[in-house]
Write a protein that binds this ligand. Structure first.
Ligand SMILES: [Zn+2]
Length: 52
């Protein structure tokens, strides 16, 4: 069962960078444009509610 991966979105160019790619570099910045303003995106969790 795959858990949702945390993504970061670059503020400047809008590139989506998975956390696994960011954590290999010492500082958090966009690999595309070098912008250091990244927004963390949590994948929306869909909860199933059981109806009684
Ligand atoms: Zn960027």
């Amino acid at each position: 069962m795959a858990s949702g991966e945390i993504l970061y979105k670059c503020f400047k160019c809008g590139a989506l960078i998975p956390y696994g790619r960011l954590k290999v570099s010492p500082d958090l910045k966009c690999p595309e444009c070098g912008c250091k303003i990244l927004t963390k995106i949590r994948p929306s969790v869909v909860k199933k509610i059981k109806a009684i």
